[in-house]
Every structure is written in C-alpha cells, then in structure tokens.
Design a protein around this ligand. Structure first.
Ligand code: PMP
Length: 428
C-alpha cells in the first residue's frame, strides 16, 4: 500500500468518495488518486515523495508553473495586511482595470470566488436583463455545477456518466435547452422554436470539458449573429480558456465579441477566484446599481487579488503566449507521432496552452458525438502507464491538458520519451 492508497481509504470514511471534487477520485481511470504534498515549477510531488511532470496545473490556473516566486511573494506580502475585510480595496480596482485592459469586450467586471459562481451570476443577469427564462447551452460543455447548467454537462458529470444530475427539479431543467457543439443548425432550430424566450447562449469557446474541441470555422460568428437576430445575450465562458488560449482569451484568438464573459482559475493564480463582466449597460443591471441581486462575502478577497494580479502581470511579458503555444503543440504532436509509430491511431487538438488527444481512427474530432466514439479502453491504460513513468495527466478522457511556462525542454523531452515507451508496451 502506498501512502496515497492509505490516505484514500482514510479519506473515504469522512469525505464522500474521499475527494472534494469528483474527477479527483480517479473514477475515469481506476485506482487510487495520488495525494499531493507539494508542487513546484512543472512538478507535483505525491505523499510517497514521487515527482510527476504535471499537465493538469490545478485544472488550469498554474499557467506560470507551481509555486511561482512572483505569486508567492505577492501573497506573502498581502497576508501581512490581513486576510479579508469585506469592504472595497484598491487591489480590486486594479484587478478590474487589468481584466478590462486584457479583455476589451469587458467594460465592467465583478469578482466572485469560483467559476461556478461566475457562470451562475452571468446567467441570472442575462435572464434579468432580457426578462426571458430559457438559456441555451451545448451538450458536453461544463460551466460549473449551478442547477440550470448541470444539464447534459461535461467534465466530472460526463466522467461519472451523469451528465444531468438528480436533485434538479424538472421545473428548473426545462428552461435549459441543449444544442450540439459546432452545429449552428441545432441552435437555429431551438431559436425558431422559442424565438422570444431564450435569454442567452452560454458556451465554452474551446470546449475543454469533453476533452478539447476547438470551434469549427464560422461557429462562434454564427452564434453571435443568431444572438443579435433574436435579442439574446452571448456569454462566452472563458473560465478555462481565459488568459490561456491567448492574452485576451479565446474571444481575442478567434475575434468574436460576446456580451458577457465569465472567468476563473487563471485570474486567481491558484486562489479561489472567478469573475464575470461585459457590456456596461448589462453589468449596470446588477445590484447595487440594478435590480439583479448578486453578492459574496469573500468576493475580491485581497490575497486572491494579489495572487491574480501577480500572475497577470507576468503573463503580459513579451513572448509568453508564443512560447506556451509552441510547447503545447510539441506535446500534442509528439503524442500523436509516438502513438502512430506504434500503430496506435490518435487524433489531437490544441489551441494556445491547452490540448487534447483521442484514441480514435477519426481524423479530426470536432463534436461531442465523435468524442463518445473514441476507444474508451485505451485511455486508462495509457494514463496509468504515464503515471508510472512520472507524468501526471488529467485522470479522465473528457478533460483537456494544460501546459505551463515552467515546462522546459527537459520536461517536454522526458514526457515524450515516456509516452513512446508506454505506447510501445500498449502495442504489444
Ligand atoms: N466553466 C468552465 C468552462 C470550467 O471549465 C469550469 C471548471 N472546470 C467551470 C466553469 C466551473 O469553475 P469552478 O470549478 O471554479 O466552479
């Protein structure tokens, strides 16, 4: 028994499933999750002292690598002044200005404490602003665990085979319409059916919770046009893609302007942070300027703001996104080449600092349906092979992978050499 095994058994007695968020339990791959003791740069270290090159990065925020000195120092400095005030601070103003500078479609922004809160609040705002009840989301996209969004959801819901959760009254769920990602026709049909009832479309601009599916050409523009035609708001959920796909998120990368944007993960530098923002006339509709209520005791927490600002400043340095994209390409292309060399069919997708790989003969995976047709047996074998080699990937075939600036030549080379060995074994 490893220390992780022991801790997992102990954890299951007091924590449901032994974890505080489902995908961590390794349901998608089997076996005990690794309990992590510390992390530094591109590496995480488990409770048994084993080091892993990490491609999860706390599910995205560790874009500079773990325990980055600039973030650590900013946090330690902020701690000296106290942990929480429940009153406005200059740090929050600086954060708002920074976010708006980086993502120009956001004219105003409000901070929250998680991605779930960001999407939940943005949807309430869209409903309040348009006086319409229905929302439209895409099958396989995950936007956190608010009631209206846990319908045909991705991520852990998909990994556990429960894309629509019990506990959500049918009366709530009926207002959530689901369309097919990368299929504009499916969206048009729903708008033709409910032309004056849909308040907003919410989408992941690169779907990262059903593996990694970039938008096909014209998809984002088409959604923008449909929203304009029917008076619905377009909410781009950049909780995963924000400051990862490019400096201005996926919206900057693809050149599309939403009405509202949700952010999370990266703007907290590893602290619990989310944000939503967008058109000023819409944002003015929330309390205290408007009637839509939204609040949070720890929103804009000074320690979280300090960590996030330090991270964003470092991300604004010259060449960061070019380097991140080049490393990501190298890993994704390297996985494919190594798999193919051993006769294992693989398809890959990557954008900016996120990537996905699929065990499939399909040349390009662009839809949820195609994701479900991939070889479900190969992923856990590859996963555990890589884990044994000291490479930590997301423990589910429905999650995207993330690179960080701390992944250097050595780590990339070692990862690809490990993949080569694992594929060689799988081919036997
Ligand atoms: N939106 C997207 C696109 C996400 O990927 C996630 C989390 N992975 C969320 C929302 C929810 O964020 P959180 O887990 O911080 O609530």
């Amino acid at each position: 028994m490893t220390r992780s095994d022991t801790l997992f058994e102990q954890a299951k007695k007091t924590i449901p499933g032994g974890v505080n968020s489902p995908v961590r339990a390794f349901n998608g791959v089997g076996g005990s999750p690794r309990f992590i003791e510390k992390a530094d740069g591109a590496y995480i270290y488990d409770a048994d002292g084993k080091a892993y090159i990490d491609y999860v990065g706390s599910w995205g925020p560790m874009i500079l690598g773990h325990n980055h000195p600039k973030i650590r120092e900013a946090v330690l400095k902020a701690v000296e002044n106290g942990l929480s005030f429940g009153a406005p601070t200059e740090l929050e103003v600086t954060m708002a200005e920074k976010v708006i500078e980086m993502v120009p479609s956001m004219e105003q922004v409000r901070m929250v404490s998680s991605g779930t809160e960001a999407t939940m609040s943005a949807i309430r705002l869209a409903r309040g602003f348009t006086s319409r009840d229905k929302i439209l989301k895409f099958e396989g996209c995950y936007h956190g665990h608010a009631d209206c969004l846990l319908v045909k959801a991705g991520s852990g819901a998909l990994t556990l085979g429960q894309p629509s959760s019990p506990g959500i009254p049918e009366d709530f769920a009926k207002h959530t319409l689901t369309a097919t990602y990368n299929n504009l026709e499916s969206v048009k049909e729903l708008f033709e059916q409910y032309p004056e009832e849909i308040s907003c479309i919410i989408l992941e601009p690169v779907a990262g919770n059903m593996n990694c599916i970039p938008p096909v050409e014209g998809f984002l523009e088409g959604l923008r046009a449909i929203c304009d035609q029917y008076g619905a708001l377009m909410i781009i959920d950049e909780v995963m893609t924000g400051f990862r796909v490019s400096k201005s998120g996926a919206q900057g990368h693809y050149g599309v302007t939403p009405d509202l944007t949700t952010l999370g993960k990266v703007i907290g530098g590893g602290m619990p942070v989310g944000a939503f923002g967008g058109r000023k006339d819409v944002m003015q509709f929330i309390a205290p300027t408007g009637p839509v209520y939204q609040a949070g005791t720890l929103s804009g927490n000074p320690i979280a703001m300090s960590a996030g600002l330090a991270q964003m400043d470092a991300l604004c340095e010259e060449g960061v996104y070019e380097e991140l994209a080049a490393k990501t390409k190298r890993i994704a292309e390297g996985f494919k080449a190594a798999a193919n060399k051993h006769g294992i069919p693989m398809s890959i997708n990557y954008v900016g600092g996120m990537f996905g790989f699929f065990f499939t003969e399909q040349e390009k995976v662009t839809s949820f349906e195609q994701v479900t047709k991939c070889d479900a047996d190969k992923f856990p074998i590859f996963y555990h092979g890589m884990l044994d080699e000291g490479v930590y990937l997301a423990p589910s075939a429905y999650e995207a992978g993330f690179l960080s600036m701390a992944h250097g030549e050595k780590e990339l080379e070692e990862t690809l050499a490990a993949a080569e060995r694992v594929f060689a074994k799988m081919a036997k």
